[in-house]
Design a protein around this ligand. Structure first.
Ligand SMILES: N[C@@H](CCC(=O)N[C@@H](CS)C(=O)NCC(=O)O)C(=O)O
Length: 331
């Protein structure tokens, strides 16, 4: 008999949406608990960290952190696999997921808490989620409190007047790349969603609910918007494609975004952490990018590098990652 899980999540949390999409795709029996103040006692009983998503099994085992949650569930629910047999594609998918979780979250967080209409919209939606039956005035007041707290955290993701243009240019370039790539396939690797789809679509789905990036997506990226929606309830539609078929439109993502921005930023963060520095500045595409050092990112880069240490025995993968400029940051 399949086990019943509870997912404590928040509709505005990309990592929560990512895990929920995964459970839906795998048809894993689960209950989505849109975390509100009423559920806080139960949530706190299981959560080691005050973060969503939190997955609790029927036996009372608790899991946090979306990537390890998915990896763990893959053991019990291997089909349909979200990691392909081809080692090169499996690693590229994991690399894109890492980029989504760690870099694209900057796009999402920046737009949501930088622009006033976005701040208002997200603050109110979060407050309504916390207190579903409260009066409007109460929700509005709570929304303002949330908004003040979140705006003060923009610097944690590196969003500042100095980096604003870089973050927004990266978002627009990502949309352009994906728009072309998704013109002829329902998922990033073909007709079957992989780990990369779950991570990246969740960040972009959140963007599609915030007024400023929503406008950009509606005007310039209808294929991306449709894919982000599709990934709320993904379906197996066929096979994945070969790298040869994917390369023309997926190479720019690896080259310009992942090797151009994400990996140098991630490597600089890890180096700053190793030196015990609280803040670091890295030159990205000829412009300085300053951010507070993040422990979590350094650890996840370490996991990715350990994985590459094994995966790089596959010459086709090394060739792709060398040609796109990713290889040097992963060894
Ligand atoms: N690396 C974690 C990140 C989880 C995370 O940052 N969650 C945010 C929401 S997106 C959170 O719970 N923030 C505190 C809160 O909302 O109470 C994951 O992949 O699950």
């Amino acid at each position: 008999m399949k086990e019943q899980y509870r997912i404590f999540g928040v509709e505005l949390s990309p990592y929560s949406v990512k895990v929920r999409s995964y459970f839906r795709y795998k048809n894993i029996p689960h209950e989505w608990i849109a975390r509100s103040e009423d559920d806080m006692a139960e949530f706190s009983k299981f959560a080691k960290l005050p973060l969503v998503p939190l997955v609790v099994s029927a036996r009372g085992d608790a899991m946090q952190d979306s990537t390890p949650i998915i990896e763990e569930m893959e053991q019990t629910y291997p089909e349909p696999a979200i990691v392909p047999h081809e080692p090169a594609l499996a690693f590229i998918s994991a690399l894109i997921e890492e980029y989504a979780d760690e870099w694209c979250n900057k796009h999402m967080f920046h737009y949501r808490w930088w622009y006033v209409p976005d701040q208002k919209s997200a603050g109110e939606r979060l407050a309504r989620g916390m207190r579903p039956s409260a009066a409007d005035v109460e929700v509005q007041a709570m929304g303002e409190m949330i908004r003040d707290r979140m705006v003060s955290r923009l610097s944690l993701v590196g969003s500042s007047p100095q980096t604003r243009e870089q973050i927004e240019a990266s978002f627009k370039r990502l949309l352009e790349i994906l728009e072309a790539h998704l013109a002829s396939r329902p998922y990033l690797f073909g007709k079957r969603p992989l780990l990369a789809d779950f991570g990246l679509a969740a960040q972009l789905y959140e963007c599609s609910t915030d007024p400023t990036p929503q406008k950009l997506m509606t005007a310039h990226a209808p294929n991306v918007t449709a894919w982000a929606e599709r990934m709320l309830n993904p379906k197996l539609e066929g096979q994945i494609e070969t790298w040869q078929r994917l390369a023309p439109t997926l190479t720019p993502l690896l080259r310009d975004e992942i090797a151009g921005l994400f990996l140098p930023w991630s490597a600089a963060n890890a180096a700053a952490l190793a030196r015990g520095e609280e803040k670091f500045t890295v030159t990205l595409q000829a412009k300085p990018f300053t951010q507070e050092t993040q422990k979590y990112h350094a650890r996840s880069l370490g996991v990715l590098k350990a994985r590459y240490a094994t995966a790089k025995q596959h010459a086709d993968l090394v060739e792709i990652l060398t040609a796109t400029g990713c290889h040097t940051y992963l060894v």
